[in-house]
Design a protein around this ligand. Structure first.
Ligand code: OSB
Ligand code: MG
Length: 368
């Protein structure tokens, strides 16, 4: 791909409102923005979605930065790739660190699509021209939750996800159901339960949830299969699916009925697509997860979600869900609950340089 340079920027921006889960809350978001450039001057953007602390996965902004700077960028410089499909293989001498790998790999996909002068969604085989938007309520306060759901429904969102834990689950969901009986609703537990809570989770079967996401251990596949045997609500796995083989084993063991695919968690668009293709062939629906990310990562998610197997609205909302002003232009817009797949080359969004300048706290350039 004749890469000439890689530019890394660490940015930091406050969320409009803190995002809360039972594991803690996010008030400020840091991320790594990657810009690759080839010898013809064509560029590609990527975003590292690790958080500032390792509460969701092992990686952090600092560990991702270290792995990018000291291992992945040198590998790319030394050996190169002729297509982004080769990047995950090139990085195989580095174990895991998937968010760092995805940050660089997704930038190569954007660049490749721009080189071919086609949208990224077309390059990876996407078939949809628009996708339904879904939103996550990150607030455990009941009246606040009801108010927010009301406003999201007015904006046309097709599906709402709430965060639950054993402290809030039954009460919270039953009140939401009383008020919004037909709302396509799902719950994400971020590993707040253990198999001993099976009866508690079985009780939630009454509410017709679309699915319950990651009820048990963040690295578990076996107990989830035992739980799925005891509850009707389909289990969706998020944290447990880090590799293609995790997805295969989860499907073979019937540990879940649905999989949430996050590009960063699985190591890039190539791996995300492999997991999608496998699930599609097995009849397992998938949807695109979110990481409270900025517009670059959202744009990659939008392209990914244009693949035929993404049959459930993902955690893809507009730029204004979390940010006063995003780092891309135009910003991502939700119109009547739908997001248009851009038809210009690559991810279809440009960096907003003025906004980048305001939020960049560190940057460094690597010449090839
Ligand atoms: O578990 O899906 C999750 C946010 C950060 C880390 C993990 C998760 C989430 C979300 C929010 O649920 C998704 C979003 O709106 O970006
Ligand atoms: Mg989740």
């Amino acid at each position: 791909m004749e890469i000439k340079s890689v530019h890394l920027s660490i940015i930091k921006m406050p969320l409009k409102q803190p995002f809360m889960t039972h594991l803690g809350s996010v008030t400020d978001r840091e991320a790594i923005i990657v810009e690759v450039k080839d010898r013809k001057g064509i560029n590609g953007y990527g975003e590292g979605v690790a958080f500032s602390s390792p509460w969701y996965t092992e990686e952090t902004v600092q560990t991702s930065y270290h792995v990018l700077k000291d291992f992945l960028i040198p590998l790319l410089k030394k050996k190169g790739v002729s297509h982004p499909d080769e990047a995950f293989g090139l990085f195989s001498s580095v174990r895991r660190n998937h968010m760092a790998k995805a940050a660089l790999e997704t930038a190569l996909w954007d660049l490749q699509a721009k080189k071919e002068e086609i949208p990224l969604s077309s390059l990876i085989g996407g078939t949809m021209s628009e996708i339904p938007a879904g939103v996550v309520v990150g607030n455990p306060n009941l009246s606040e939750v009801l108010k927010q759901i009301e406003s999201y429904l007015e904006q046309g969102f097709k599906r709402v996800k709430i965060k639950i834990s054993p402290e809030t689950d039954y009460q919270l969901i039953s009140r939401i159901r009383q008020r919004f009986p037909d709302l396509p609703l799902m719950a994400d537990a971020n590993s707040a339960y253990s198999l001993r809570d099976a009866d508690r989770l079985k009780a939630l079967d009454d509410f017709g949830l679309l699915m319950i996401e990651q009820p048990l251990g963040f690295d578990d596949i076996v107990d989830h299969a035992k739980l799925q045997n005891q509850i009707k609500t389909p289990i969706c796995l998020d944290e447990s699916i880090v590799t293609f083989d995790d997805a295969r084993k989860a499907v073979e063991l019937s540990s879940c009925g649905v999989i949430n695919i996050k590009i960063g968690r699985v190591g890039g668009i190539g791996e995300a697509k492999r997991i999608h293709d496998y699930c599609h062939s097995k009849g397992i629906p998938v949807w695109a997860g979110g990481m409270i990310e900025f517009g670059i990562s959202r744009a990659h998610n939008i392209a990914l979600a244009s693949l035929a197997g993404f049959t459930i609205p993902g955690d893809i909302s507009g730029s204004d869900r979390y940010w006063k002003e995003d780092i891309i232009q135009p910003e991502i817009k939700v119109d009547n609950g739908m997001i248009q797949i851009p038809d210009n080359p690559g991810i279809g969004f440009e960096l907003n340089r003025k906004r980048m300048k305001e939020v960049t706290i560190f940057e460094e350039r690597f010449e090839f």
